[in-house]
Design a protein around this ligand. Structure first.
Ligand code: 13P
Length: 250
């Protein structure tokens, strides 16, 4: 099965609404000829409806960076999957390491949010990754296996048709350090066989597994050349359209 690569920009807590729209419009102009690559940008929730509207008739889609698992209710400060979908998002990033690290996200809350995303028709981008300490103590696979199996606990095969997995080693995020080709290759192969073991051949074959962590124009070609790398989740280098386009054109 041929998997369409997905190049996604996680804009984190950067850009006001007007700034986000401007970057999105510039990017739309630069990538109008891009084919056979799915492009997604995830601005803040405040910019999401504005950016979604700005890219409506382009080949760019949008995503949210987080959702709450309930569809509505007395949950001050939260935003639901349905609201994000209504704002124009096609994807939602779930379980990013910054959310796990600073906002108490757990595999259990991740699992509920994936269920919520699917309920609302959003494509979940499940983020997993080990810390430096975990890698150095050779716990990488143990950590990743737990994040995947607990994050996807209780799902049946067909539900996961739109799932995207993003491997983001915590030590490579925003540090300028990229995992080397062998490390990425090993993990991505492992994750695909894990999906096969937990779900089915079909799920394993169709699930796009992205790499994230200091992806830039200088290293994207090498990373995208790895067989089981189906795209990139890009932080810093996605904020500038002139740089991000060089990643999209890997
Ligand atoms: P950087 O590309 O800035 O390392 O961030 C990666 C990331 O966290 C994407 O979600």
């Amino acid at each position: 099965m041929k998997r369409t690569p997905l190049i996604a920009g996680n804009w984190k807590m950067y850009k006001t609404g007007p700034e986000a729209v401007k970057t999105a419009q510039t990017l739309a102009g630069l990538c109008s000829d891009v084919q056979n690559v799915d492009i997604m940008i995830a601005p803040t929730n405040l910019s999401l409806p504005l950016v979604s509207r700005a890219v409506e008739d382009t080949n760019i889609t949008t995503g949210a960076q987080n959702i709450y698992s309930e569809s509505q209710g007395a949950f001050t400060g939260e935003v639901s999957a349905e609201m994000v979908r209504a704002a124009g998002a096609e994807y939602v990033i779930i379980g990013h390491s910054e959310r796990r690290q600073y906002f108490g996200e757990t595999d259990e809350s991740v699992c509920k949010k994936i269920r919520a995303a699917l309920r609302a028709g959003l494509k979940p981008v499940l983020c997993i990754g080990e810390s430096l300490e975990e890698r150095e103590s050779e716990k990488t696979f143990l950590v990743l296996d737990k994040q995947v199996s607990d994050g996807l606990k209780g799902f049946v095969l067909d539900e996961l048709d739109t799932l995207v997995l993003a491997y983001e080693p915590v030590w490579a995020i925003g540090t300028g350090k990229t995992a080397d080709v062998n490390q990425v290759d090993e993990v991505h192969q492992h994750l695909r066989s894990l999906l096969k073991r937990l779900f089915s051949d079909k799920t394993a074959e169709q699930t796009r597994i992205l790499y994230g962590g200091s992806v830039k124009p200088e290293n994207v070609t090498e990373l995208m050349g790895i067989e089981d790398v189906d795209g990139a989740l890009v932080g810093g280098a996605s904020l500038d359209a002139d740089i991000f386009i060089n990643i999209i054109n890997f």
